[in-house]
Structure formats: structure tokens, C-alpha cells
Design a protein around this ligand. Sequence first.
Ligand code: UD1
Ligand code: MG
Length: 464
Amino acid sequence: MAAGKGTRMKSRLPKVLHLLAGRALLAHVVDTATQLAARQVVVIVGHGAAEVEAALAPVAGSGAAFDLRFVRQEPQLGTGHAVQQAVPVLADDGVVVVLSGDVPLIRAETLRELIATCSGGKLALLTIDFADPSGYGRIVRQGDAVQAIVEQKDASAEQRAISEVYSGIMALPALQLKRWLARLDQNNAQGEYYLTDIVKFAVADGVPVLAHRISDPLQVAGVNSPLQLAELERAWQLRTAHALMEQGVRLADPARLDVRGVLRCEQDVAIDVNCVFEGEVRLGEGVKIGANCVIANVAIGAGAVIHPFTHIEGGKLGSKDFIEVGAGALIGPFARLRPGARLGAEVHIGNFVEVKNSTLAKGAKANHLAYLGDATVGERVNYGAGSITANYDGAFKHRTVIEADVHIGSNCVLVAPVMIGAGGTVGGGSTITKDTPAGALSVARGKQVSIANWKRPAKPEKSS
Ligand code: UD1
Ligand code: MG
């Protein structure tokens, strides 16, 4: 169910598209369904339907093992009405698990237990005890047997005192669901079709209703406001941090880590505080990440050190924009690696150096205040402070090739396309517009002149 408006988010974006750990809430729920090897995932959309469908299209088109489809609920007349819209596309012989698009942390393992609970044609409800159950549907029992779910607004004072609530998640045979949905009405305090009314029908038909009661409130926590979204984000991040530490990753502070994608670490990785990891990030053995780094889509080789305040922003894994940092490289502080940076082993990139779509071979160094864009840099090249590749002529991008063992002085402009021959030296302050021969010293700047005893202009002395 993902048709609701999410009024309390006070946002133009449909609620289920707000991000948790970098992914839409709804994408988390769909993900969990895939872990169950669901035959089919039906997303019921309404508010912002077109936007929600478009956002999930990459998942739908990813050749997933299940069939993902959307049904529209317009207008939204309640949870029972929502599930009614899915009836035409549900196979009669299946088990249906009803999930909410705004309850992202439900675990596949819990759902497996719930599905097992409904086997043999029963109705299984996921329930939990809350010290403050207000707002939730209460589980009304007679002895041990579940009799009904009563919504807050329809409950008597006695029923409101019940602490066991319905989580919004249930599992049951599709055929039963279809029969019971056909019997729903709107005779209740909110004038809605309540999905929860099917419990009464099951009881009337003599079908056992079983509650699978869990104790972890995070799994059934819904997102209704920015505050709740932030709380779930922290809970998710803490879970991720604990899992990493269990593998041996040393986190300076598990409360100050954000993984918005997949972070894979080899042995003896250490990560300082306030780092954000996005997309696919792979850290080799012994990699150290300094404080306050933002790191996206990169594979970093063994023993490399990323100093504080470094920004690495690669493109998707498998694209030419994914970034590679070689073993033993030293990056930062304050370095910026942009899409398509490919750094070999032991490359050094220092403060305020920007690298884009460039390959640096083993041992190349650019340590201060420099730009390398669309460049191919050979082994052991030393690239001086303040030097840049002028790769853009206003219309097209061009490549700069710097062969092995070249020394580029400070404040040079290499106007692409241009090639600096192996072992050559470029004098500081040169603007190089033509290829240079191997082994040569190339200088392209005004010759230095000194004029002896130069008198600077002076103001006339004041007479009093
Ligand atoms: C529902 C349950 C309540 C339970 C609570 C748990 C009913 C009648 N009540 O109440 O017992 O304790 O969830 O959180 O089911 N939605 C639609 N279309 C609609 C209405 C809702 O798609 O017409 C979606 C919402 O977007 C949301 C989910 O269904 O994802 C739950 O709806 P919500 O309005 O939050 O239900 P509650 O009143 O909280
Ligand atoms: Mg709700």
C-alpha cells in the first residue's frame, strides 16, 4: 500500500519516495519482498501515482525474478479499498502479504515467520505491544483467540486500554482475502473501507486468526513525519555500523557513520568520524579513511589512505565513471576525485587537487592546488602546484598526455590537445600549446628582465 498522501511530511514529494539510507522508502519494502522470492509485487499507488511509478521503474525493468506491477487507487477510501484494487491481478492460489510502503525496516525473516503462521489457510496478523498504543488498531481477544481489530476511533474505553496493536502487516491465502474484501463496508467512525474488518469475517467463517507477536518496534515503525524519518535513518545507520564492526571494521564512532548504498570492506579497515558513503564503495585491506570524507562509487586498493575532508564522487559501478584508487595511494586532505578518475598504485593527490576523467599511472604525484581533467599521466610524473590542464576550448573537451617521468613545474597551463614527451621538464609558469619532445626542458613565458636602479613613482613632498 503506497497510495496515502503523507500529509504530515509537509512535502511535495509523495511520502513513500522520501529517502532512507539513500533509497526511497518504497524501494526498501520492495527489496524485502524480493528477499521472500515473491512471485509478484503489486504496488498500490494513488497520491503522486505517476511519480511513484516512474521512481520504481528502474526496479521494475531490472529483470528481477518477480513481476512488479502497479495498480491505482483513486480516490483513496481506506486500506480495504486499497487492497481491493489489487484483487484483479492476484493469483487465486497464492499467499498474500500486505505491507505498507511507509514501514521500511520490516525484516524478511519476520515475514517468513508470518507466512509460516498463515499456512493451512489461516489469517496471520503481525502484532506488537506498545506502552502507548494510541492511534493503532487494537487486537481484541477472547481468551487467547483473536476476535477483531478495532480502530482507535471506533474503540470503547476498555478496548483502548489494550496494548497489543496491529502493525499493518498481515499474511493470508489470496482466495480468502478476495472473498472477505468483497464483504467490506464503510460503517465505521471514519467512513472508510477498513482492511482490518476482514478479521471479523474470518472469525465468522470459523477460520483461525493467529497473531504473530514481535518485540522489535523498529520493524513496524512507520514514517509519518520528518522526525520519524530521521529516527529510522539513525536506527538503520546504527544497524549498518554494527554489522560492519562485526566484520572487523574499526569505526571511530558507530553513531557518526552514514552508508547510503553498499560499503564492502576487507580486513583491517579503519574509518574516522562523520564519513558518508554512497553508491558502491569497496575498501581494500588496511584502508584508512580520515574524518569528514564523502565517498561515492569507488574501489580503493589495499593500504591506501584517504585523508580528512576528501570528496570522491564516482559514477555508477560498471560505468566508465566509476573511480579506482590504487594500493598504497595517499589522497587528501581536501582532495576532490570526480567521475572517471583512475589512480594507480602509490599515487599521491594532495590538498585542493581536482582530478576528473584522468588516468594517473603508478607513483604519479599532484600534491597541491592543481587540476587534471581528461589527462593521461605516466608513471612517476610530478605535477607542480597550481598547474592545470586547459581541457575545454569552449565547445569541445580535449586530452592531455603526460608521459612517464615528466616534471611539470608550478603554475603551468597545458592547453589540450597536447603531449608532454617522456622525461621532459616544463618550466614553472609556462603555457604549453604545442607537444614537447622527450627529455627536453620546455619553457613558454616572458623572459626575465631586470632593470638596474629602478625608481618607483613617488608622490611629491608636501611643502608646509
Ligand atoms: C492502519 C490500520 C491499523 C494499524 C495501523 C498500523 C486499517 C484500517 N488500520 O491504520 O489497524 O494499527 O495501520 O500502522 O487498516 N493507504 C492506501 N490507501 C488508502 C489508505 C491508506 O494506500 O486509502 C496506505 C497508506 O499510504 C499507508 C497504509 O495504507 O501506507 C496505512 O494507512 P494509514 O492511513 O496509515 O492507516 P492507519 O489509519 O494508520
Ligand atoms: Mg498510519
